[in-house]
Design a protein around this ligand. Structure first.
Ligand code: UT7
Length: 334
């Protein structure tokens, strides 16, 4: 296997959090013209959790998920050196990671946001592993948290059926090179397709009368579902193949396929293209919908709680989404 590190990095603990308010497809069919049958057939989603009520944001979810992960290994938050918050729905455009740092008491950690939509968590793990493998930091908390419910046009049935709110967290820790479990990664962006999935900033029609400055605000999420679907099904298998080939692994070596939980049909199509048995797919999107940067750590945490993943299992993790950005990270569970 390829080795590019001086120091190993391994996932020490996971945690997750979802809002308590649960909305079934039947609830969504009361606000837009859709049906449980259409949503289940086209997406596999049955229900999703949404942050209802006032003053609720990704911070609450990110903090709960982080504390959950810390508690699993009885680690004090002061031991964390770096916090990477992967989110595209911050409650402060200057960054929300510092609020997580403060609320969990990670007094020794530097914290920053990473914006890469549904690929944010994969980019977060890769970024964290670089800081660890080059010896800069020992304990890194990577959180994927999104609340796309705040950015959806709830009268648009083509998007509002898909998304849910959640957070997932992992603690990545330095280890010996022999114990390294983040084996390799492969990342891509094609900005030519950025308009296929965006929450874009729109300037007002009239500029400031003296300064000629245009100000504006963000619009609702806009998506070309068919294009995103085609992109995911064509590019994600290629990314996985590149990554496992560079590690001299074969398809048969893959124990678990953990994809961004966007659509059950995408999960099945990617597995089929790679001839990976469907019982190796980790999927929980029927309960949570597409939770963007949170979907992978949420599913990983659940799979671990269900004791699905065994020591030394190879997990192929792929994220894909707005950017368009996609990528794969191969983890050997230790
Ligand atoms: O994190 C990455 C984020 N995004 C994705 O992964 C999205 C990837 N794309 C998809 O998952 C699928 O494209 C969707 C689930 C979004 C849509 O499924 P589709 O099979 O591509 O449906 P479509 O957009 O082609 O629409 C088929 C029909 C249309 O009606 P006509 O034109 O055939 O009469 C739509 O108007 O279904 C209609 N439709 C709906 N009907 C009932 C679209 N949305 C709905 C709906 N309920 N919610």
């Amino acid at each position: 296997m390829k080795s590019f590190s001086m120091q190993g990095a391994k996932i020490l603990a996971t945690g997750s959090a979802v809002p308590t308010s649960c909305f079934h497809n039947h609830d969504i069919s009361k606000i837009v013209q859709t049906s449980d049958q259409w949503i289940v057939t086209r997406t596999g989603i049955r229900e999703r959790r949404l942050l209802t009520g006032i003053d609720k944001s990704i911070i609450t979810l990110a903090v709960t998920a982080s504390i959950n992960a810390l508690n699993k290994v009885s680690m004090d938050a002061s031991q964390i050196d770096l916090i990477i918050l992967a989110t595209s729905t911050p409650n402060d455009l200057f960054g929300s990671a510092s609020q997580v740092q403060s609320k969990i008491g990670a007094i020794n950690a530097v914290a920053f946001d990473l914006t890469a939509a549904c690929s944010g968590f994969v980019l977060g793990i890769v970024t964290a592993s670089q800081f660890i493998q080059n010896g800069s930091y020992r304990n890194v908390l990577v959180v994927g948290a999104d609340s796309l419910s705040k950015w959806i046009d709830w009268s648009d049935r083509s998007t509002c059926i898909l998304f849910g709110d959640a957070a997932g967290a992992v603690i990545i820790q330095a280890c010996s090179e022999a114990d390294n479990s983040i084996l390799d990664f492969q990342l891509n962006t094609d900005g030519n397709y950025s308009s296929c999935l965006s929450i874009s900033y729109q300037e007002e029609i009239r500029p400031h009368p003296i300064l000629n400055l245009y100000q504006g605000s963000f619009k609702y999420i806009a998506m070309n579902g068919k294009e995103v679907y085609k992109f995911a099904v064509s590019q994600v298998p290629l990314s996985i193949l590149k990554c496992i080939n560079s590690l001299n692994l074969s398809i048969n070596d893959i124990d678990w396929l953990l994809l961004h939980q966007a659509n059950e049909r995408i999960l099945m199509a990617v597995a089929e293209k790679l001839s990976i048995s469907s019982d190796k797919i980790i999927s929980n999107l029927s309960k949570y919908g597409n939770t963007s940067a949170a979907s992978i750590p949420l599913a990983l945490d659940e799979a671990l709680q269900q004791n699905k993943i065994a020591h030394n299992d190879i997990i192929v993790i792929s994220g894909f989404g707005a950017g368009l950005t996609w990528g794969t990270v191969v983890v050997q569970w230790k």
